[in-house]
Design a protein around this ligand. Structure first.
Ligand code: PHE
Length: 346
């Protein structure tokens, strides 16, 4: 009996060392530990042995069984791991379709792109076309054609990043606003004009919670016969209601931009406190959201539009500021620091 056990042991160990995969290990388990295995038969027969034999055979048979069980589970883990890797590399040419799938990370649009799309959508519904223009711009379009001659103090309104140019070449810059596109559009088309221009603009400015050296603006321009200040107010009021809620009220106050006359700033009543005064509106009840005005006759003349026939209005707004107001974001730098924890919220 003891010899038989030793024989089983050596065969079992022998076969175990040459197992190729998990299936073969299962066959091995049935053969040496299964109900019909020799070892199980011996264990069953122990009861009918003599007192003395029972002790020795029983003890060694039990020991062998637990040894084989330990070996089985160790090999199982190793072979499972191997099977996993085989599937990973498909070296064995099969796939374990029961393995869980890998998540495919889904991208999304940047919050500012979403805001651009939403605001353009509003103006498209009001009859505007969407156009884009260059970020590296001539001084002429960014300033001069907009009634801002060289050395005019109005240039101080825009801290400018200049491009190095050869002496004698026309001065070039990173556009400080989207307004140069007013000129480019009018140079290339005849009225009626209805365009909005989203895009990046650049300022030579220290960065803080409300300033970035790069940010987005949206320009608007409408030129036609008989366009009046009432059209400006009506269009921008409608825009404010569609973006910030139909109960919004708007306020226009005088402002100065060299390329419009008259020039205004538009504010909406604070949608947090309803005008009573709170932190968002700094206690005033109003939130300024854009600059606008009637296109200056000299600007029209420069692009060969007859100001006796055509009039128009223009407006410009900062898009990060709009997004920050709507979502209660307090730091503009969050948009451009590539922190997915922030970006994934939108
Ligand atoms: N371009 C102006 C700015 O950046 C905004 C503006 C656009 C004002 C159009 C009036 C008309 O400050």
């Amino acid at each position: 009996m003891i010899e038989k056990l030793a024989d089983i042991k050596s065969k079992a160990l022998d076969e175990l060392s040459s197992l190729a995969d998990f299936n073969e290990l299962e066959v091995w388990r049935v053969r040496y530990l299964g109900k019909k295995s020799e070892l199980t038969q011996i264990l069953r027969g122990v009861a009918s042995l003599s007192q003395e034999q029972r002790k020795t055979v029983g003890a060694s048979a039990n020991e062998l069984r637990s040894n084989l069980e330990v070996l089985y589970s160790e090999n199982k883990d190793a072979l499972k791991e191997q099977a996993f890797q085989d599937v990973e590399t498909t070296a064995k040419g099969y796939k374990d379709i029961s393995l869980p799938g890998r998540p495919i990370p889904l991208g999304r649009l940047h919050p500012i792109t979403q805001t651009v799309n939403e605001i353009c959508g509003i103006f498209v519904a009001l009859g505007f076309q969407v156009v884009e223009g260059p970020e590296v711009e001539w001084d002429y379009y960014n300033f001069e054609a907009l009634n801002i001659p060289p050395d005019h103090p109005a240039r101080d309104m825009w801290d400018t990043l200049w491009i190095d140019t050869e002496s004698g070449q026309r001065p070039m810059l990173l556009r400080t606003h989207t307004s140069p596109m007013q000129i480019r559009v009018m140079e290339q088309t005849q009225p009626p004009v209805r365009v909005v221009v989203p895009g990046k603009v650049y300022r030579y400015e220290a960065t803080d919670a409300t300033h970035e050296s790069m940010f987005y603006q949206l320009e608007g321009l409408a030129v036609d016969e008989y366009i009046t200040f009432a059209d400006l107010k009506g269009t921008l009021y409608e825009f404010a209601k569609r973006l910030f809620g139909k109960e919004r009220r708007v306020r226009f106050r005088c402002d100065y931009f060299p390329f419009v006359e008259p020039g205004v700033e538009m504010a909406i009543d604070c949608f947090i406190c309803g005008g009573k005064g709170c932190r968002l509106c700094s206690g005033t009840g109003w939130i300024e959201i854009l600059g606008a005005g009637m296109v200056h006759p000299d600007v029209l003349r420069r692009v060969n539009y007859d100001p006796e026939v055509y009039t128009g209005f223009a407006f410009g707004l900062g898009l990060e500021r709009i997004h920050m107001l709507r979502y209660g974001i307090e730091d503009i730098r969050l948009f451009y620091s590539n922190d997915l924890r922030f970006l994934r919220q939108f």
